[in-house]
Design a binder for this molecule. Structure first.
Ligand SMILES: [Fe+2]
Length: 169
């Protein structure tokens, strides 16, 4: 069955919305657990605020087309979801796994918004693209922030671990 570009656009909006809902869960869980890595916790806290705005932009675009977010939450993340699950398994190096997963997740979102913007243009549905470009810039900034945190986070993990202190999260 052939789908028209409007239907493709609506699917992309729903998928991106489900992705943001998953982002909120993943980040809030980490914020609750983080104790020894305040820079990562701060970055996540700021990005949770931004993500609420991103979610709202998607909801506005959906409601302007008389659509509502999908309630089906499975299957969006696939491979990245498996990586996120890794970070949820208690491990001595939980912080490292979550750092890798956060890096992957933000880059996944960059791809999702770049694709969404392309689909919106192709569908002649550019009315919300200014907002989605803002969301894309926020994802790029967060991806950059996580990237910058890889090294200091790893060094702190080493320092805490070798001192016999709590280092996992
Ligand atoms: Fe994000």
């Amino acid at each position: 069955m052939a789908l028209d570009t409007r239907a493709i656009y609506i699917t992309a909006l729903k998928n991106t919305h489900a992705l943001e809902m998953q982002a909120l869960q993943i980040m809030e869980r980490q914020i609750e657990r983080l104790e020894r890595y305040p820079e990562m916790a701060d970055a996540l806290r700021r990005h949770v605020e931004e993500t609420h705005g991103q979610r709202q932009r998607l909801e506005e675009a959906l409601s302007s087309l008389s659509e509502s977010p999908s309630t089906i939450k499975e299957g969006i993340l696939g491979f990245v979801g498996n990586m996120m699950a890794l970070g949820h398994t208690p491990a001595q190096d939980e912080i490292l796994k979550n750092t890798y997963a956060n890096h992957a997740f933000e880059n996944f979102e960059i791809a999702a918004y770049t694709s969404l913007l392309t689909i919106a243009d192709a569908a002649g549905q550019g009315a919300h693209n200014t907002g989605f470009q803002q969301s894309l810039r926020e994802e790029q900034a967060m991806a950059q922030r996580v990237n910058e945190l890889i090294k200091p986070t790893t060094l702190r993990y080493i320092e805490l671990t070798t001192a016999g202190e709590k280092a996992d999260r």
